[in-house]
Design a protein around this ligand. Structure first.
Ligand SMILES: [Zn+2]
Length: 455
C-alpha cells in the first residue's frame, strides 16, 4: 500500500466519523441555506451537503489519480525509449570495435562517427575514434579526439592511455612522460607496464640516471619469472652510463663499476671490452689482455680474439701473440677460432710449416670454405716462386675478405662489419653476436686422439 493510499484511506475514515458525529449530535444545525447566484434560496440538509462533498472529493481524487497514472506511463515510455536508444548506440559502438579488431579501419571510423553524432560526449567512442585514427597514421586528429574525451573527464583512463600511445608513436617524449605520470596516479592503472614505458622514454632521451632509478622500481615490483630480464636491462643501463662517462673522462671509478657489472653478469660482453679499453687508455696492457682473455673464456665471443690479436700487433709483440694463442689452443682444443688465429699468425710471420700443420688440423665440413682453401693453397705453394705466390695472394685478398667475421644483432637481425656494444638499429645491449651464417661456424678442429699406450 503506497503512502498516497494510506492518506486517502485515513481521510475517508475521518470523514465517515464526522458524518456519524453530525447525524447523532442535536447541537449541529440540520440545514444550510444556499443562495445560488442571488436568485433562489435552497435549504439543504447538512447530511446531504456532507454526502455531496464526499462524492465531489471522490471524483477529484479519481481524476487526479488518472492524470498521475498517465504522466507516469509517459515517463516510463520515454525512459524505455532512451534505454533503447542507448542500447542501440552501445551495439553500434561494439560493431565499430569489431571492425577495428578486424582491421576495417575506414568502417570503424564511420561507425564511431555515427555514435558521436548521436552522443558527442560518448567517452568510449571518442577514445576508440582517436585510436582508429592513430592506426591510420592520422596522429594529429587522434590526439584531438583523446584530448576531447579528457576535457569531458580529465581522469578517463582509456583516453589517457590512447593519448600516451599517440605521443609515443610521434616521439613526443615530454608529453608522453607527463601522460604516463598521470596514468600512474590513476587507481586502475597498469603500474608495472607504465613504469616500463617510462624507462623506455628515459632510454630514448638518454637520461640514464632516471632510467636506472625507475628500472630499480620495476625490478622491485616485477613478477619472479620476469625479475632476471629486468635485472639484465638494469645492467645495460648501468653499463651505458659508465660507457658515456668513459667517453667524457676515463676516471678510476669506471674500473670498479665495470668489474661490478662483470661480477653481476659474466656474459655481458660490452663490460669486458670497455674495461679493456680503459686499461689500454691507462697503458696497463697486462690487465687489458687479462680482461679480454677472461671475456673470451666466459663468453667465447670472437670479438675478444679479434681484440687480443689487434692488441698484440699494435703493441708489437708477435712472439707473445703466438705464445698466447698456443696456450689458448691447448686450453680449448676444440675451439676453432684460437687455432685458426694461431695459424693465421704463423702465416703472417712467414712460419709456413707451422701454418700448414695448423690448417691441416682444421677440416672444413662444408663444401667450400674460401678462407681455408686460401690458406691451404698458400701453404702448398710455399715451394714455388715466393714472389708469384705473394702476387696471387694479393689478388685473392683483394677479391675476398679473409675470414670475414661479421656480426648480427640477435634481437633485430641488423648486420654490422665490426662488433658494437649496442645495436645501432634497435638499441639492444649485448645483442650483437657472431653472424650465425659465418663461415667460422662451419669449421671444426680435427680431433687428434693421442696414441694409446699399453703398459
Ligand atoms: Zn638490433
Amino acid at each position: 500500500m503506497s503512502f498516497k493510499n494510506i492518506i486517502s484511506f485515513t481521510l475517508v475514515i475521518i470523514f465517515i466519523l464526522f458524518i456519524l458525529l453530525i447525524a447523532y449530535n442535536n447541537d449541529v444545525p440540520v440545514a444550510v441555506n444556499f443562495k445560488f447566484l442571488g436568485v433562489k434560496e435552497f435549504t439543504v440538509p447538512v447530511s446531504a451537503v456532507m454526502v455531496a462533498s464526499f462524492l465531489i472529493g471522490l471524483l477529484v481524487a479519481f481524476i487526479w489519480s488518472l492524470i498521475s497514472t498517465a504522466v507516469q506511463s509517459i515517463e516510463t515510455l520515454t525512459t524505455k525509449k532512451r534505454v533503447k536508444a542507448k542500447n542501440e548506440l552501445m551495439l553500434l559502438y561494439q560493431e565499430g570495435l569489431h571492425d577495428l579488431l578486424r582491421g576495417n579501419y575506414h568502417q570503424a571510423e564511420d561507425i564511431f562517427k555515427r555514435v558521436l553524432k548521436t552522443d558527442p560526449k560518448d567517452l568510449k567512442a571518442l577514445t576508440a575514434m582517436g585510436n582508429v585514427l592513430r592506426i591510420q597514421s592520422k596522429n594529429h586528429e587522434a590526439e584531438e579526439y583523446h584530448l576531447k574525451a579528457l576535457l569531458i573527464e580529465d581522469n578517463y583512463l582509456p583516453a589517457l592511455e590512447g593519448l600516451f600511445t599517440d605521443y609515443i608513436s610521434k616521439n613526443k617524449w615530454v608529453l608522453a612522460k607527463n601522460t604516463a605520470e598521470k596514468i600512474l596516479m590513476h587507481n586502475d592503472a597498469d603500474v608495472p607496464r607504465y613504469k616500463k614505458e617510462l624507462v623506455k622514454i628515459y632510454i630514448a632521451e638518454k637520461d640514464w640516471d632516471e632510467a636506472i632509478e625507475i628500472q630499480n622500481e620495476v625490478i622491485k615490483k616485477a613478477e619472479k619469472e620476469n625479475k632476471k630480464e629486468e635485472q639484465n636491462l638494469l645492467t645495460c643501463l648501468e653499463y651505458q652510463k659508465i660507457a658515456e662517462q668513459f667517453e667524457k673522462e676515463p676516471i678510476k671509478d669506471i674500473e670498479r663499476k665495470l668489474k661490478k657489472i662483470i661480477e653481476t653478469d659474466k656474459s655481458f660482453v660490452p663490460a669486458y671490452t670497455k674495461l679493456a679499453d680503459y686499461y689500454i687508455h691507462e697503458e696497463d696492457f697486462a690487465n687489458a689482455f687479462k680482461t679480454l682473455n677472461d671475456g673470451y673464456i666466459a663468453t667465447r665471443e670472437p670479438v675478444f680474439i679479434q681484440r687480443i690479436e689487434t692488441l698484440y700487433i699494435d703493441t708489437n709483440q708477435p712472439d707473445d701473440a703466438i705464445e698466447y694463442f698456443k696456450r689458448l689452443t691447448e686450453k680449448l682444443p676444440n675451439d676453432v677460432l684460437p687455432v685458426f688465429t694461431l695459424g693465421k699468425l704463423y702465416y703472417k710471420f712467414e712460419m709456413l710449416d707451422q701454418a700448414n700443420s695448423i690448417f691441416e688440423r682444421i677440416q672444413a665440413e662444408v663444401a667450400y670454405s674460401p678462407t681455408l682453401e686460401y690458406y691451404i693453397a698458400k701453404s702448398d705453394s710455399k715451394q714455388e716462386n715466393l714472389e708469384n705466390s705473394i702476387d696471387r695472394l694479393k689478388e685473392i685478398i683483394r677479391h675476398s675478405n679473409i675470414l670475414d667475421i661479421t656480426y648480427q644483432c640477435t634481437s633485430c637481425g641488423h648486420r654490422t662489419q665490426t662488433w658494437v656494444d649496442r645495436c645501432p638499429k634497435c638499441g639492444c645491449w649485448n645483442c650483437v653476436k657472431l653472424n650465425p651464417e659465418n663461415e667460422l661456424n662451419e669449421l671444426k678442429v680435427k680431433q687428434i686422439t693421442p696414441p694409446r699406450i699399453d703398459y
